[in-house]
Design a protein around this ligand. Structure first.
Ligand SMILES: [Zn+2]
Length: 319
């Protein structure tokens, strides 16, 4: 492939790294590499591992542009990583400069929520929309929004952080240090904790969930709660739907604030089944003003949304 046509996309997720190459304007990856990070690691390890993946994909070629998705706060200009909430060694790293030096090509970066929004807008279910709010729910809750084809990052790069809007000020502690955020109520690990506490407090309840966890409450994950709910476990259903309602309230608040044309929800927890979706939509509808559109649809790009957003960001550098 001609050098002026090759796009490199990098995605720093919480637990895994992905790098991919694609031809400019194409919709199929040329090649893609993943690496699952060990439990204890730091930013330096991630950067070295990612760059090794990318050089392997490039095979000595120089990309025309590089797009970067980062799973944490990034400055509004997309040049500087402020920090990672999960991995030490990312504090105030001018990462775009480092990538440009490493690969000899212009680079652009955004946080995973914002860039996932751009990915769905350009390559996914956002087609034909003027404004789109994207939310990803897995081990955390990320979000971002796109208006008129561009990421709206806000004055400080913090726009779209629906995961840290407050649902219940007296609610559980969130990773951000505040209480009762959407993330603290709706992400997989948090509602798994709620299920674990209820199983301990109610020895006669949640038989299916206990069985799925192999009899050890500590094994209960968000995914097992969703599976037990799908199999009719009453305790798991209550916990799962309460988490969905919390996210729905957050979405309803966002609808009142920015009134996007479409809301796209992805991430592992969004695969929790039709009851989760129904509870989410009902809570959003009940929270939003009646005139606001409540079009909430599943994401179509799956785990690749941030990578495709990175492609869109890199291609915009070449216009
Ligand atoms: Zn929070």
């Amino acid at each position: 492939m001609a050098q002026d046509q090759l796009i490199l996309a990098l995605d720093y997720g919480g637990t895994k790294l992905m790098a991919a190459t694609v031809g400019r304007g194409a919709r199929q990856w040329l090649a893609l590499e993943r690496s699952v990070s060990p439990p204890q690691h730091d930013g330096d390890y991630e950067r070295k591992t990612m760059h090794a993946l990318a050089h392997k994909l490039l095979g000595g070629a120089r990309p025309a542009a590089v797009g970067i998705s980062f799973g944490g706060p990034v400055d509004a200009g997309g040049r500087l990583v402020f920090l990672s909430h999960h991995i030490p060694g990312w504090e105030n790293i001018p990462y775009c400069d480092q990538v440009e030096a490493e690969f000899g090509a212009p680079a652009a970066m955004a946080n995973d929520g914002n860039i996932g929004a751009l990915g769905e807008y350009v390559f996914g279910v956002g087609a034909g929309c003027r404004s789109l709010l994207y939310i990803t729910v897995s081990t955390g809750v990320g979000g971002g929004w796109v208006f008129d084809g561009k990421i709206f990052a806000g004055a400080d790069g913090m726009a779209g952080e629906i995961g840290h809007t407050t649902v219940d000020p007296r609610g559980p502690l969130c990773v951000c240090g505040r209480h009762g955020c959407v993330e603290a109520l709706a992400c997989g690990p948090k509602f798994a904790e709620v299920a674990q506490a209820r199983l301990r407090a109610e020895p006669g309840a949640g038989a299916k969930l206990r069985a799925l966890a192999g009899g050890d409450i500590a094994n209960v994950t968000g995914q097992l709660v969703a599976q037990a709910a799908a199999e009719g476990d009453a305790l798991a259903t209550e916990v799962l739907l309460e988490a969905a309602r919390s996210l729905g309230i957050g979405i309803g608040t966002a609808l009142n604030l920015i009134n996007p044309e479409r809301v796209v929800v992805g991430g592992g927890v969004s695969k929790s089944g039709p009851a989760w979706w129904a509870a989410l939509r009902a809570a959003a509808r009940a929270t939003a003003l009646p005139q606001a559109r409540v079009e909430i649809v599943p994401a179509s790009l799956g785990d690749d949304a941030p990578l495709w957003g990175a492609v869109a960001l890199a291609q915009a550098l070449l216009k």
